[in-house]
Design a protein around this ligand. Structure first.
Ligand SMILES: [Zn+2]
Length: 355
């Protein structure tokens, strides 16, 4: 698999970057694909070819943040010193912070950063016997993670709803004023914030899975628009592309660590009791089981169901269930104000799973 690392460089490449921008504009204008046509600009053909190929593509209208792209074959790598030499720029990049890799695929160089893409041997995915469950159906947090064999919970990405509300208000205002260009920029900005957050959450999910020696299980995304469970509240928290993005990011990060990612059909994960499996009573964020009396936050109950469907349920010691009530913190950096106790006002049962 290919992973990209951003390394800071301290060379002044202003002149070369300016040439790169000229080549990109030329490609957009003429759709040329041969570096002979841009020889007058003076950029080395190895780089000019890459830029032409990228910017002559249909649909690209503007060249912003053009980077110098150096293909792998134009880079020499010295294993002993862990340095990559780029002869056509006279640049040396230290790769001492990179993990072991097979080869460098390409390096993109901007004003400050070098984006080094390397091919890494993929570890074999270990089939998991235990899973952590991730529930994304929540208005509060992007993801509620349950670790069934310890009873612990993690709540990640509380800030998403604040971001979404903030941008929704701004969007409404701009729409009223008819400022459509700004509106497009704002949409882009919000998308970037969500993307960053999804990177953080997926990283955290994989970290949890690695430390718990578990796989990761999500609910399968199927026709979210028609799914009643998501219908009303979902749009206030995450929308479907963002949820899908989180799953894809997690899959990718998990693959590099040999962690299995699995999916479960969403039927009943939110209505069944995570202790006895019978259908319970769900009202907003409260879940109560009619059969065994188990009460919990609805998203937490769903996350446990996703992690460990009750038919395979193991006995959970009492101490762990107590843990479950206390260890509810938003451990994803950048998140804010986790409620002190999300079970407040709800009856809480602490009996072990005996049914
Ligand atoms: Zn029950």
């Amino acid at each position: 698999m290919i992973l990209t690392y951003n390394l800071k460089h301290d060379s002044d490449l202003g002149a070369e970057l300016k040439k790169a921008r000229q080549v990109a504009n030329f490609a957009i204008r003429t759709k040329s694909n041969t570096s002979k046509d841009v020889r007058h600009i003076g950029l080395k053909s190895a780089m000019a070819n890459q830029i032409l190929r990228k910017y002559r593509r249909k649909g690209i209208k503007k060249a912003t943040h053009v980077k110098l792209t150096i293909p792998g074959q134009s880079i020499s790598y010295h294993h002993a010193t862990k340095t990559a030499k780029i002869p056509c720029l006279g640049l040396t990049i230290s790769c001492t912070h990179l993990p072991d890799f097979e080869k460098i695929k390409q390096i993109e160089i901007g004003k400050e950063f070098a984006h080094v893409s390397v091919e890494i041997a993929e570890p074999a995915t270990t089939p998991a016997t235990r899973f952590i469950g991730v529930d994304c159906n929540t208005t509060g947090h992007c993801a509620v993670v349950a670790i069934p064999h310890t009873g612990k919970i993690h709540k990640l990405g509380k800030m998403a709803i604040h971001t979404h509300k903030k941008y929704r208000d701004i969007r409404a205002k701009l729409q009223k004023q008819g400022r459509y260009q700004l509106l497009r920029q704002i949409k882009h900005l919000e998308k970037n914030i969500m993307r960053n957050l999804n990177h953080k959450i997926s990283k955290k999910l994989v970290e949890i899975a690695v430390s718990e020696k578990c796989g990761i299980r999500f609910e399968k995304l199927t026709n979210i628009r028609q799914n009643k469970k998501h219908h009303k509240n979902f749009r206030y928290s995450l929308n479907s592309w963002s949820y899908y993005q989180l799953q894809k990011f997690t899959e990718y990060k998990a693959r590099s660590r040999g962690i299995e990612v699995a999916y479960i059909a969403p039927a009943y994960t939110s209505q069944s009791c995570s202790r006895c499996g019978s259908l319970g009573d769900r009202q907003n964020k409260k879940f109560q089981c009619v059969r065994c009396g188990h009460a919990d936050h609805a998203d937490v109950n769903a996350a446990f169901n996703i992690g460990n469907p009750v038919s395979h349920c193991a006995f959970v010691p009492l101490a762990h269930i107590m843990d479950r009530l206390h260890e509810q913190s938003d451990s994803c950096k950048g998140s804010t104000d986790t409620p002190q106790n999300s079970n407040a006002g709800m009856p809480v049962t602490v009996e072990p799973r005996t049914l």
